[in-house]
Structure formats: C-alpha cells, structure tokens
Design a protein around this ligand. Structure first.
Ligand code: PLP
Length: 395
C-alpha cells in the first residue's frame, strides 16, 4: 500500500486544476502583455483567475498579486512593511517563534539591517496570546506578522482578534495563510487582515505559484524588478497556466470545504486516538484550535529520521520536524517553541491528511506506526536507559 500523508508539504494536482491549465500549456500560449487578441485571451484568463481568488477571500481583484509561491509572498509583505516603517522611523517588527522559515529568515535578514524583532511565545498549546502581543506593541512597531495556522503542528491562531488589535493601534497585520487557504474559511475584511500569503501547491494547484493579498492602500515594494506586470509590483511574465490552475483548485477546494473538512477530521481524529495508545507518546499542539488535516506526535526514545525511513519502506510518506544537517541533529524550531525538550522533539512525526486519503490508508498507518516505533525502541540505547530507570521518562 502507498499512503501519501504529507499534504502540509505539498499536495497532488487536482483534475480540475489540470483541466483548467491545459489550454494555456498548449494552444493558448500568448503573452498577456501583448496587444493582439491572442495575448489578450491570456490576459482575460489572468484577470478572471484574479477575480475568482479575490471573491473567495472577500478581497477586490486589484488587491490580489500573483507571486511564485508562499515564500515570495511572505518576503514581499514583510520587506515592504519594514521599508515603509523605516521611512517613518519605525523599525520594530513582531512575529512568533514558530513561523515558517520564509518569515523567520526574512526577519533575520532585516535584523542584520538594523531592525529589531520581537518573537512572541506560542506556549505549550501552540497558540499566541493576545495580551502578550499587546504588551509587545511599541510606538515604533512597523508590522505584526503571525501565521494563520502552523505547518508542523497545525494550530490555528486567533487571527481576527490579532487583526482587530493591530488595527486599533494602526499597525499593518500580515498573516501567512498557506496552511489555511482552501482548507478553512478566510475573509480578509471580517478578519481584519491587511496582507496575506497563499501558495497554490498546498491546495492542489501546481508548485511555483502563489498569492499576496495586500489591502488597498498598503504600499508594496518590489522583490523582483523588471516589467510592469502585476500593476508594477511584481515583474516577470505571468505564470498563466499556474495561475489559472490555482484559481480552479482554490475554487474546487472551497466549494467542497465542509465535506472535505468533515472527512479529514474523522481520519485525523482516528489517528490521534489510535496512535496515542502507544506508550510514552504525546500529541503536539492544541486540538481545540487545529486545522482539519494535521497530526503531530512525539514518541519517546526514537529518532524521527529513522521512523520516517522505516515508514517509507512500508509505503507511508510522512514528515518529521527534525532535520539531520552536517552530522548534528537539529530539532524543529516549532517543537522547541512549544517547550518540548530536545530529546523528545527528536522523536516527532507529522502526518498531514488530505481529502484524497481514505480510511483504509489510515488503518494502514495505524498498523505500521506502532510496529515501527516498537522496533526502533527495541534497538535504541536511549529507550533501554529509560526503561531500566537510568534516565527519567519525559512523556
Ligand atoms: C509551504 C509553506 C510556505 C512556502 O510556500 P512555497 O509556495 O513552497 O514557497 C510558507 N509558509 C507556510 C506556512 C507553508 O506551509
């Protein structure tokens, strides 16, 4: 059996997306900037896609900017607001400890250029606290950027309340909604969002295409200079097939959102219930504020990397927070941010379910994960120490 359970990393391209993009990969290859009607057909498709996406999140078409993906959208939103702030003498940026690296590394780069960054705690439940955000806000705060839902542990932030607080202080609010778009409702007005990032390949569009929503009046600086595409804010001939596919995929996901969520939650909850029966295991992140598809757990006494390799051998594609880099094992910054000790964070497993999964696949995962965990523990010196009391169990 082959089970793809890594939908937070990327998703399959839906048939609706492929069908929508096919004409623009074949016959309709015109450049939307060309004046003849062959080019204008592409332009029309581009503007229709823009309107479809704008409608879905409650935005105006002119507020939708197409990018190469979530990373570029995050970069442009943050760098723009930092530059605008600096002009007014505001050089303080607020975010959280468990953002995606597209946000954290952009903030790091700005820090080196003289900006000051406050990273809020996300506590054991993986949810930011409003009073702590309020306390962190200063006269010179130029931007608050807080992700809508975390990509590793799936916890959802109180975006509407964060947006309201930022608005009351006159501070722009950006949210990385890559894990939410297509999976949970988004309304940029109701949720007080000024800037928002999305990525097509997280909701069944192809890789390499995304959206930056920027509320009217939000000044944007270019990350990519060149032609006058995207109202002069993002140069480069538009990825028409990708953009058209993204609009089709988002529309299909949103049209089926409730049914998909119901199906995914049933599978997710079964995974949580069954895998929690493994002794010395732990669920990471609040279950109360959670995206439909993501399961993140730790199993004491094992290495996430070995777990993934053995699961791969049994046909299961999953992910782990830990990454083995140059001989030293670095646990995930997300798992450390929710207070897990290094040795526990190393034994993590992320399973992210999509609407294309089914219960037979979930049953396969439920069968193989305990087998693999038992096997790894049986050969682990750390587990031996834990079991004979040489070190204390942490979970
Ligand atoms: C995947 C992801 C990104 C990056 O999106 P790309 O389109 O791959 O650049 C950014 N933020 C989050 C939360 C993600 O899950």
């Amino acid at each position: 059996m082959f089970v793809y359970a890594d939908n937070a990393a990327t998703t399959c391209v839906s048939k609706a997306a492929v069908d929508a993009m096919m004409p623009y990969l074949t016959n309709n290859y015109g450049n939307p900037s060309s004046l003849y009607s062959f080019g204008q057909d592409a332009k029309e498709a581009l503007e229709e896609a823009r309107k479809t996406i704008a409608d879905i999140i409650g935005a105006q078409p002119r507020e939708i900017l197409f990018t190469s993906g979530g990373s570029e959208a995050d970069n442009q939103a943050i760098v723009s607001m930092a530059k605008v702030g600096a002009i007014k003498g505001k050089k303080h940026l607020i975010s959280t400890k468990f953002e995606h690296h597209a946000v954290l590394h952009t903030l790091n780069a700005l820090e080196k250029q003289g900006f000051e960054v406050t990273l809020l705690d996300v506590h054991e439940d993986g949810v930011v606290r409003l009073d702590e955000l309020e306390a962190a806000i200063r006269e010179d705060t130029a931007l608050v950027t807080i992700m809508f839902a975390n990509n590793e542990i799936g916890t959802v932030q109180p975006v509407k309340e964060i947006g309201a607080l930022c608005r009351s202080k006159g501070i722009p609010f950006h949210t990385d909604a890559v894990q939410v778009a297509g999976h949970m409702p988004i309304d940029v007005n109701e949720m007080n969002i000024d800037l928002l990032s999305m990525s097509g390949h997280k909701f069944h569009a192809p890789k390499g295409v995304g959206v930056l929503y920027a509320k009217r009046g939000m000044p944007l600086f270019n990350i990519i200079e060149g032609g006058a595409q995207e109202r002069g804010k993002r140069a480069g001939t538009e990825n028409i097939p990708g953009i058209v596919a993204m609009a089709a995929a988002l529309k299909e996901s949103v049209d089926n959102m409730e049914a998909n969520a119901e199906k995914m939650i049933a599978m997710r909850d079964k995974l949580f219930a069954e895998l929690s029966k493994i002794p010395h295991s732990k669920i990471n992140g609040s279950l109360e504020h959670h995206v439909p598809g993501t399961v993140n757990m730790c199993f004491e006494g094992i290495e996430g990397e070995s777990l993934l390799l053995l699961l791969d051998a049994k046909g299961v594609c999953a992910s782990s927070g830990s990454a083995c880099t140059s001989g030293s094992l670095d646990p995930s910054h997300v798992l450390l941010s929710i207070g897990l000790p290094h040795e526990v964070a190393h034994g993590s497993l992320r399973l992210s379910i999509g609407e294309y999964n089914n219960m037979d696949e979930i049953d396969h995962i439920i069968k193989v994960v305990p087998e693999v965990v038992s096997y790894l523990r049986s050969i682990s010196p750390v587990w031996e120490d834990l079991e004979n009391g040489k070190r204390p169990h942490l979970i």
